[in-house]
Design a protein around this ligand. Structure first.
Ligand code: TYD
Length: 137
């Protein structure tokens, strides 16, 4: 079950009176090679991003600022992760349905991805997702 492989990864945090610093290094802090970085911002408070899953893409999601909830599903089980600290990343393996909701005003979601953008890697229909993930078991 892909959902069992999803996990919170604690990132390095260098505390300093000038401010804190965290970082993510390829392969050291993420269990995949980073091919792409994108971020979601200017989200109106309380907004929701539609759900989807990826056939092969791995992701790490970090709340760089503010907070939001990441909801992960495998067709049977659902897990909700409240992301509010920039030194925690949520690792999302392939074939995991993911929705993001409950955005606070001014939140920024940073996403590291294992692939370049490929619309063919998306599964945007939940019933199709369930059928594909059941085939994998
Ligand atoms: P999408 O991944 O569907 O957003 P969400 O995960 O919030 O549902 O992406 C929204 C749009 O942005 C979609 O038209 C594709 C485009 N897009 C890119 O062109 N490159 C990217 O790396 C990403 C993540 C999205």
């Amino acid at each position: 079950m892909a959902l069992n492989k999803a996990k919170i990864i604690e990132l390095p945090k260098i505390c300093d009176r000038r401010g804190n610093l965290s970082f993510i290094q390829n392969q050291t802090h993420v269990p995949f090679d980073i091919a792409r970085v994108y971020w979601i911002y200017d989200v109106p408070g309380g907004q929701y991003r539609d759900g989807h899953a990826f056939r092969s893409q791995h992701e790490l999601i970090v709340a760089l600022s503010g907070s939001f909830d990441v909801v992960l599903k495998d067709g049977n089980e659902t897990k909700r992760f409240h992301m509010s600290r920039s030194y925690y990343g949520l690792y999302v393996p392939p074939l995991t349905w993911r929705e993001i909701d409950n955005f606070s005003t001014n939140s920024v979601a940073l996403v590291l991805s294992s692939t370049t953008y490929n619309e063919n890697d998306y599964i945007r229909d939940f019933n199709e997702f369930k059928a594909i993930s059941n085939e994998q078991e």
